[in-house]
Design a protein around this ligand. Structure first.
Ligand code: FA5
Length: 325
């Protein structure tokens, strides 16, 4: 017993402790060997020897338990020290060149560049919640419950009656509720639609909402802002076309396409904010007018970098992402 207790106290780690445990308490351990000999002893000696062996067994078990929890606590305390990482350190020399360095995701990079351009044009940037209510995502945008335009966007409904926002337009509504014109703002953020996926359709993607409400705002202002942005982001040779289109929250409404791989790709919806949307936001449509647009950020990344399939962007595939280091 004395030897066992010394060895238990001396065990420097859990593996050493396991070895001590099996040497003394295992099937072929020393305590077991003593217990096995009891039957051969003089009957008078059997009782005291058995008791002594069992006491030794209990003492060793108790000591093992104490030492085990000491060792585990020490290992936990060491973990913070041994696994500490300084995430602010630059990558090791050569990591970037070999493609193993971290890099800014092309969507994040585009969002930052777009925000810079909009700030230079006097727009502020706003944020809105991903989980929206029916009123902000649909109702206040002139899309009542029975309106067929709800089918234009396949909605992920939550069990509590809320939804994952299907576009960034609810941020317009929130801004109008809390601000007075002039309002010049953009919101760049993530949105969700229960879509059939293909090369230009994701179910988790990003939009840039822009809106400008003031006196005498016209379609001309809108086209100027959109073209200026695309010149800055894609280059002076970017080719776009504007088509009439329908959204319940603008009148007139348009869509803008951009050339991509020898064809036109739809990039955004836009138009003059509908009078009833201004009214829902507490703004007098007789005094103020405004334009609004909702641009597909992921599609703009495709144009910017020549990405042929939108599904690469959110795939997390390092073979794709390492091209942007
Ligand atoms: C809208 O979402 C409107 N809220 C845009 C708007 C805002 C119109 C303000 C008028 C005024 P739409 O569903 O067409 O519209 O989407 C706008 C853009 O988002 C599209 O032109 C496209 O570039 C992008 N987009 C739409 N669906 C997807 C998708 N599944 N995957 C990737 N991009 C998409």
């Amino acid at each position: 017993q004395a030897t066992a207790l010394d060895e238990v106290r001396a065990a420097a780690d859990v593996a050493a402790l396991d070895a001590v445990q099996s040497a003394f308490l295992g099937k072929k351990g020393q305590v077991q060997q003593v217990l096995r000999t009891i039957g051969k002893l003089d009957p008078k000696e059997r009782g005291p020897v058995g008791r002594a062996a069992n006491e030794a067994k209990q003492a060793i078990e108790g000591a093992l338990e104490v030492r085990r929890s000491e060792l585990l606590a020490a290992a936990d305390a060491n973990l913070a020290e041994s696994e500490w990482v300084d995430a602010t350190l630059p990558p090791p020399a050569g990591a970037r060149a070999s493609g193993r360095g971290g890099s800014i995701h092309p969507i994040t990079a585009l969002v930052r560049d777009m925000e810079d351009v909009f700030l230079s044009m006097g727009f502020e940037t706003l944020d809105g919640p991903w989980v929206e209510d029916d009123h902000h995502n649909f109702g206040a945008l002139n899309i009542p419950a029975d309106h067929p335009a709800r089918d234009m966007q396949d909605t992920y409904w939550l069990t509590d009656g809320n939804l994952l926002r299907t576009h960034t337009s609810p941020v317009q509504v929130r801004a109008m509720e809390t601000r007075e014109p002039p309002i010049r703002a953009v919101c760049l953020g993530r949105i969700f639609r229960n879509e059939e996926l293909d090369a230009t359709h994701e179910n988790t993607f990003h939009q840039c909402e822009g809106f400008f409400v003031d006196r005498d705002v016209s379609v001309g202002h809108m086209i100027y802002v959109l073209e200026s942005l695309l010149h800055e982001i894609i280059g002076p040779d970017v080719k776009v076309r504007l088509r009439p289109s329908y959204f319940p929250f603008v009148e007139p409404g348009f869509e803008m396409d951009v050339t991509f791989r020898g064809d036109w790709m739809e990039l955004l919806g836009c138009g003059m904010v509908h009078p009833s949307v201004l009214e829902a936001g507490g703004i007098d449509p007789n005094e103020y007018s405004g334009f609004a647009f909702g641009m597909g950020i992921d599609r703009l990344v495709m144009v910017r970098h020549g990405v042929e399939d939108i599904r690469h962007l959110m795939s997390g595939d390092l073979r794709f992402l390492s091209q942007f280091t």
